[in-house]
Design a protein around this ligand. Structure first.
Ligand code: ADP
Ligand code: MG
Ligand code: MG
Length: 883
């Protein structure tokens, strides 16, 4: 038995989407449940595939079934194609499995010709209406099937309007339209060397073939490539009896969302036009009316539409985007599909649907892309509509900001003090610009990538930032910037979206970041489901508090080095580094101790007994001293100006000597992490001492403390063994001195491949492992991140040498293998071993899924990604359950 290639709407159903395409499947489904859908049939994607297989010929079987389907439709409607007394008119609509731009536009009113148009005029008593339909058909057919320029038809019509002194299309009379039709037909004959087909069957055949052919047009092909849609799916074609929204003021056409797609509010949302057909609503020829007004002009129709909307939502269990037409007071539904929506609306709708008992909590959790949650947390623009960006750069730090442009950090600070919101525009930023970045609402640079100074600092501060916007010609002296033929001056307003990299001219309205009540509710459900704990990476009490408000259950990584970068402390830190003798160094460390203690007190207070993981100093010491080149240059300058205080010169020379001594060929693989702690144990001792003092102080005030001391960069078990002794020694002495004992754990980062490989040995000395996947990725691939991302990684991903940037999405096959192995081996030696991840991957959906699969206990990520991680962790568990 051969498989049918054409199904009437009454035969199909939603599940046959592959065969009927999205539009066809939904038309069938709506017909099946008894909604008022004009009758019709769908020519399947299989017919399309065979059309191409037979050399772009309509297969005999398809042609035969098409005649049969048409007979049935004629029978059903009591109208006949080409019969002037009762003409059947059709729409021919493409409909692939995935909705796709580039496919052929819908043809309406097919079946009209010089005879049937007279019939339609007589039958409806409305010649103007009939000629208008015919005019539209010839124009659409000429454009879509015969490939003639749409604009040329518009020109002809425009000329007729001018001659008649008319402004609107609707003012054209039947006579005018007849003249236009005649000219249209002449134009087609002249340009395409064949006449507009008067035979309706011929019109239908050509239209169907044109839909099939449009599957392979350039635009559709490019779209499929970008979205990874296979080229051999083919498209379906829907042939449907026409209904007319342009038959007078008791008719109309419109679109409706069952809920507000911007906010999610549960209220019918949409637009309609009286006395209009098809595309008129979106074409912008006349301004459509808000759907609420339909309640006044056609109350019964509005009632019915509301009921149908409700029904469709219940049926598809999601917000629907509906197309409808009213013909002389009777409502028809022409299309339904799941409606597109903003992140905010997506969350509200999912939660509301649960509370309305339409879907369950797990379904709601699975519907929200975790990335959407993050977008909700940053300031964002209210609604952009069709607005076009001025220029585009790299989306370096998400969030939206709007303000007046300034070109220096000092100006940013001054303007901000005066109460202005400013956007700092620089070729790139340096540490000297920090005060400007702090003062600005957003940063825009023309150079630098995702890890440039501006990007890193902005992300750390949760500020919007766009980097590498190379089109910008910034003239800092004249305080102006030029791009895309437009020059802006200091004080001009722009808006930037650091999540998309788009820069807009002017000031766009913003919405405040906050977890909405619905979002809180959704995340509370996620917390019930997930097994992975979610901690945060935080170095300050402010970050810790922010993260807790977002649901963090501890600190998974506190980078102590950030605490010494602060302007007040850097000199003391430098004194420590410059020390010539142990005694001198200890003296400086003594000075740092109380500061460090206060840091930890702040964190312990903020976390109120939740675990706090403190990592001992990690970076090489040269990061805390001035740049060698700078030192040499500044000294040379002084000398040449004769400005030589011998005391100062000596000190300067000492600096240069020290910085030279500290400089390394490859700092990433150099004297840092536990290597530093083992050669300068007094630094680690000071830090542990500070932890002990801070814990004791908090405990004495009744604040519980759970501290985990983390040793960075271990590669050999002996490194950890030695440092563990040092740590335990300090804390034992501390206990002896204070009498009180604090609960602590000692563990290590697993970020050197050798540590992962020898995890069984290392676990004997560790209470926990935290996978430092940033370094682990660098060392496993042998890439230095900044060099890779700046130079070749982009090309690697583009050329599909790598599936993704491994610094953003954890590389399961390589780095992941090490993690899996280390987790297994570590737990073999030490079944109590706690496992976590603290690299940036801890806040990325696919990586979180992986962490769940290998059985880690927690993920740790930046405060703003905590909510995302809670949701992703829940999704990982739901996915596992449904396997
Ligand atoms: P698109 O995918 O661009 O929305 P559609 O096939 O849905 O294309 O149709 C384009 C326009 O034509 C829509 O406004 C739709 O409502 C209208 N339309 C389609 N079929 C019919 C029909 N049978 N009767 C009246 N209008 C129709
Ligand atoms: Mg449509
Ligand atoms: Mg590291």
């Amino acid at each position: 038995m051969t498989v049918k290639t054409i199904y009437s709407f009454a035969e199909g159903k939603a599940e046959w989407k592959e065969l009927l395409g999205g539009k066809g499947a939904n038309l069938a489904e709506m017909t099946r449940v008894g909604l008022p859908v004009p009758p019709g049939f769908t020519i399947t994607t299989e017919a399309c595939r065979r059309f191409f297989a037979e050399g772009e010929q309509l297969p005999e079987q398809v042609a035969r079934e098409l005649r049969e389907a048409l007979d049935d439709l004629q029978e059903q409607t009591g109208k006949w194609l080409g019969n002037p007394d009762a003409p059947l008119l059709l729409s021919v609509r493409s409909g692939a499995v995935h909705s796709m731009p580039g496919m052929m536009d819908t043809i309406l009113n097919l079946g009209l010709n010089d005879d049937t148009v007279e019939g339609l005029a007589k039958q409806t008593g409305n010649p103007r209406f009939a000629y208008d339909c015919y005019r539209r058909l010839i124009q659409m057919f000429g454009n879509v099937v015969l490939g003639l320029d749409h604009f040329r038809f518009e020109q002809i019509m425009e000329r007729h309007k001018q001659v008649a002194g008319l402004r609107l299309d609707t003012e054209l009379s039947a006579k005018h339209l007849q003249a236009i039709i005649e000219e249209y037909q002449g134009f087609i004959l002249e340009k395409s060397k064949r006449p507009f087909p008067q035979n309706p069957l011929e019109q239908l055949r050509q239209a169907v073939e044109a839909v099939f052919l449009s599957w392979n047009n350039a635009r559709a092909r490019v779209y499929r490539k970008i979205h990874r849609i296979p080229d051999d799916l083919g498209t379906a074609v829907n042939v449907q009896a026409m209904v007319f929204g342009n038959r007078g003021n008791d008719s109309g056409t419109g679109v409706a969302f069952t809920r507000n797609p911007a906010t999610g509010e549960q209220k019918l949302y949409g637009e309609f036009l009286l006395n209009a057909q098809g595309e008129d609503v979106v074409a912008g020829i006349r301004t459509p009316r808000p759907i609420g007004e339909l309640a006044e002009s056609m109350p019964e129709v509005y009632e019915e539409l509301m009921m149908i909307a409700k029904r469709l939502e219940l049926h598809y269990k999601d917000m629907q985007d509906i197309e409808f037409t009213v013909e002389q007071g009777k409502l028809y539904i022409l299309q339904t599909r799941n409606g597109k929506r903003t992140a905010q609306a997506a969350v509200k709708i999912a939660v509301d649907l649960v509370n309305e008992n339409v879907i369950n909590r797990e379904e709601a959790l699975m519907r929200i892309e975790p990335e959407m949650i993050e977008r909700l947390l940053h300031r964002q623009f209210a609604e952009l509509g069709e607005r076009k960006p001025w220029v585009k750069g790299l989306p370096a730090s998400p969030g939206a900001a709007t303000g007046r442009i300034v070109f220096s950090a000092d100006d940013a600070e001054r303007w901000a003090k005066a109460g202005e919101a400013v956007i700092l525009v620089r070729p790139e930023t340096t540490p000297d610009d920090i005060h400007g970045i702090l003062a600005a609402k957003g940063i825009l640079t023309s150079r630098g990538g995702m890890t440039s100074h501006a990007a890193v600092v902005a992300r750390g501060m949760g500020k919007a930032c766009i980097c590498g916007c190379e089109e910008l010609r910034i003239d800092g002296k004249r305080k102006q910037v030029t791009a895309a033929g437009q020059t802006l001056h200091e004080g001009d307003r722009i808006s930037i979206d650091g999540g998309t990299g788009m820069v807009y001219l002017g000031e766009l309205p913003l919405i405040e970041p906050m977890l909405s009540a619905e979002c809180e509710e959704l995340l509370a459900w996620a917390d019930e489901v997930r097994r992975l704990q979610v901690r945060t990476n935080a170095d300050t009490p402010e970050d810790a508090k922010k993260a807790r408000a977002f649901g963090a259950e501890g600190i998974g990584l506190c980078r102590t080095e950030h605490m010494f970068m602060d302007a007040g402390r850097l000199p003391v830190m430098q004194k420590m580094i410059m020390a010539e003798t142990l005694a001198e160094r200890k003296e400086a460390l003594e000075e740092l101790l109380p500061m460090q203690k206060e840091d930890f007190v702040g964190l312990f207070r903020a976390m109120e007994g939740l675990p706090v993981t403190i990592r001992l100093l990690d970076p090489p010491l040269h990061e805390f001293v001035p740049d060698l080149e700078e030192l040499v240059v500044s000294q040379a300058k002084r000398e040449s100006m004769g400005d030589v205080d011998p005391q100062q010169r000596k000190q300067q020379e000492q600096w240069i000597k020290k910085v030279r001594a500290l400089s390394e060929a490859n700092p990433m693989l150099g004297h840092r992490g536990c290597r530093l702690a083992l050669t300068y144990p007094e630094i680690a001792e000071m830090q542990v001492e500070a932890i002990g003092l801070a814990a004791a102080e908090c405990l004495s005030q009744g604040i519980p403390v759970q501290v985990e001391i983390m040793v960075p960069l271990v590669g050999h078990v002996n490194e950890l063994k030695r440092l563990r002794q040092i740590i335990e020694g300090v804390l034992a002495r501390h206990k002896a001195a204070n009498g009180s004992s604090i609960a602590f754990r000692v563990g290590t980062m697993i970020e050197v491949p050798r540590a992962a490989l020898t995890a069984d040995e290392i676990a004997a000395e560790a209470d926990f492992f935290s996978f430092g996947t940033n370094d682990l990725t660098q060392m496993t691939f042998g890439y230095s991140r900044d060099d890779a991302e700046g130079k070749f990684l982009h090309a690697y991903v583009e050329e599909k040498i790598l599936p993704e940037n491994p610094f953003m999405v954890l590389d399961r096959d390589g780095v992941g293998k090490l993690i899996r192995w280390a987790a297994e081996q570590g737990r073999k030696t030490n079944p109590q071993l706690k496992l976590g991840i603290c690299g940036e991957h801890g806040g990325e959906q696919k990586s979180i899924q992986f962490c769940h699969e290998v059985g880690l206990d927690y993920v740790s990520c930046s405060p703003y990604r905590v909510p995302l991680a809670r949701l992703a962790a829940a999704q990982a568990e739901i996915a596992r359950r449904s396997q």
